[in-house]
Each structure stands twice: as C-alpha cells, then as structure tokens.
Design a protein around this ligand. Structure first.
Ligand code: ATP
Ligand code: MG
Length: 332
C-alpha cells in the first residue's frame, strides 16, 4: 500500500529560497518516489491567521500554484489544490479542536513569535493554526510531511491529536513525521531569524532576476572580512560570517564555504567578490524554474484545469475521512 504525504505553503507571497529548499525539494523527492501518494496544497486558510490584504490573498493563492508547478510539482503525480476549496478541512479542524487544550496551543513557540510580530492580532484563528494543520495532515492520513524545521512543533501537535483521536474515538490516524532536506533552515538575509515571506527584507524569491538577487545579497550583513591577528588559523570561527556562509554552503557547496573559512583566518575575505559569485550561483539554480514559470503564466487555462482537477481529487479523499470521523464521534 502507498503511503500518503501532505504539505502546504501559506498564500502570503511568492515562494522564496527557504520554501524551496526547506519544503518544495522534499515535496519533489516524495512525489517522484512511487511508494508515496502526495497531496500538496496552498494553505490559504492558514493565511488568514495573520493580518492580510484581500486582493493580495486572492492573487497569492494562484501564485503559489504557479510556483509549485514551475518548481516541478506534477499534477499527474501529485494532487495539487487550494485548501479552502475543501471545506472538510475547516470541519475536521473544529472536530479536532475538541481534543486540544488552549494552554498547549498558547505555549507553542510559533504562536508566541506571531503574537510578537502582530501584537494586535492574537486571534482564535492564530491559536488554532496547529489544529488546522493537524486537520490538513490527518485528513489524508498522511505519514510524511515535507516541511522546514520551523514546523516541527506543529507536527508534534498533529501526532498528539492523532493519538488522542485514536484512543478516544477509535480512529486510525497514523502519527505523521516530518521529512527534512538539507536546507531545512534557511536564514533571513537580515541575519536575524529565518527567511520568511511575511518579513520584508528577509527573502530572495524564486522569481527574482540576477540584478535583484545581487542587490539583496549585497545587503546581507558582514564584518571586516578578517579574523583578529591572534586567532589560530586552524580554528573554525564562524560568528562574524554567520549570515553569509550558510548561503555559500547551500548554493556553492561545503568546499567553497571551507575555503572562505580558511581565507578568513589568513588573507582575509573580499566580500564584494564573494557576494557577486554567490548571487550568480543562486541565480543559476533558478534559471530553469523561471523559464518554466513564464510558460505557465502564458497558459492560464492549464493552471485553471490543474486547480479544478486537484480540488476534485482532494475532495474525494477528504470526504471519506470526514464521514468516518463524524460517525466515530457520534455525529452520524
Ligand atoms: P510566512 O512568513 O507567511 O509564515 P513562510 O516563509 O514562513 O511564510 P510558510 O508558508 O509558513 O512560509 O511555510 C511553508 C513551508 O516552507 C514550510 O514547510 C516551512 O517549514 C518552510 N519554510 C519556511 N521558511 C523556511 C526557511 N527559512 N527555511 C527552510 N524552510 C522554510
Ligand atoms: Mg511561516
């Protein structure tokens, strides 16, 4: 029997390098492995858990689908859909909220961070974010969830909910595990926290051109480029270069990063050259994606069809689960 996979991305903007390396690469790997049946959605309901603009949301729910397709998600192999079109997700989230305590949700680091980011918007929807995510996953009885490291606490919640539901109501939800890639944490360009769609100045989009990437990379904070004279040349000091080395490692490889580490304690680094080469390397990874995306932008009928067919397939799977859960909980 095939194993199910579910993942999603919020409709808060175009995809960035973090989304690509942390989530989409894993989504692609599982899509192309025949033992998995993959469901990939645009988490548009999760978008309204933080302040948003109506027109932007309308636009972004489609942009994410375009980014997915351009990155290689294939509607012949994966069910690609918009979460809000499947109303069963909201229903299951409500049902699952009956086995979830408020205290536990309030203590999650993700909840605390978002409240800090938007102090005026500590809403019920935000508190419920992990429960809705559990509903997304359990709806398809998914066992693997390709996501970045920031989502791990939410997976823990999904597992706890699955256990409680199985114990109290005799459902058979598997306990989902995250599937992580080597880019499971891409830092922000600002040097603080992770790269995020909703944090201005933190990200490089997959659709950025070389000029834009160069400008953004140029802004990554750096130091003088040389270790103090008394530092042992064999030691690995990374502190001052911390903001930039992860990018070198991800896009130019570990050897290149090690070369810079050595230069840092000997001759010193010229950040201008380093950044220019890095920008070229990042852009190089994105060229194929950008070509494919342009094609898709010129083929709206195809995209419409993918969205429509994806919803039909997702709905079919979702309705099975919701009927079963209603029955087991005494609602049918
Ligand atoms: P937002 O700021 O709106 O929350 P986001 O950039 O955090 O946007 P999400 O839609 O919340 O993106 O997350 C989509 C997927 O991308 C998740 O699997 C998440 O773990 C992954 N992801 C997000 N940011 C990063 C990052 N910087 N590095 C690695 N993975 C990431
Ligand atoms: Mg996020």
């Amino acid at each position: 029997m095939q194993k199910r996979v579910l993942s999603g991305i919020r409709a808060t903007g175009r995809l960035h390098l973090g989304n690509y390396l942390g989530a989409v690469k894993g989504m692609l790997a599982l899509q192309d492995d025949p033992i998995y049946e993959t469901f990939y959605m645009v988490a548009d309901l999760h978008t309204i858990t933080t302040p948003y603009n109506i027109e932007e949301l309308r636009k972004n729910r489609r942009e994410v689908i375009l980014d997915y397709l351009a990155a290689g998600l294939d509607p012949e192999k994966s069910v690609i859909f918009q979460q809000s079109e499947i109303s069963e997700h909201s229903e299951l989230a409500f049902l699952l909220s009956s086995v979830t305590t408020i205290a536990k949700m309030q203590h999650l680091p993700t909840f605390k961070e978002k409240v800090k980011q938007y102090p005026q918007h500590a809403t019920m929807a935000l508190l419920n974010y992990p429960v809705l995510m559990a509903a997304d996953i359990l709806m398809y009885k998914a066992e693997a969830v390709p996501v970045g490291i920031d989502q791990e606490p939410h997976l823990e919640v999904a597992r706890a909910i699955a256990r409680r539901m199985n114990q109290d109501y005799g459902t058979n939800f598997p306990e989902p595990k995250s599937f992580q890639t080597k880019g499971s944490y891409v830092p922000s360009l600002t040097g603080e926290g992770k790269m995020s769609k909703s944090v201005e100045g933190s990200f490089i989009n997959l659709t950025d051109d070389l000029e834009t990437i160069k400008l953004k990379v140029a802004k990554i904070p750096t130091d003088s480029g040389k270790a103090p004279a008394n530092v042992d040349p064999d030691s690995r000091i990374e502190g001052p270069m911390f903001g930039i080395l992860p990018f070198v490692e991800l896009f130019q490889g570990k050897e290149k990063a090690d070369e810079y580490r050595r230069q840092y304690v000997s001759t010193g680094i010229k950040y201008g050259e380093l950044k220019s080469e890095l920008a070229e390397a990042i852009f190089g990874e994105l060229a194929a994606f950008q070509g494919k995306r342009l094609e898709l932008e010129n083929n709206p009928e195809y995209v419409d069809r993918v969205i429509k067919e994806g919803a039909e397939k997702a709905r079919k799977a979702a309705s099975k689960t919701i009927i079963e859960v209603r029955q087991k909980m005494g609602l049918a």
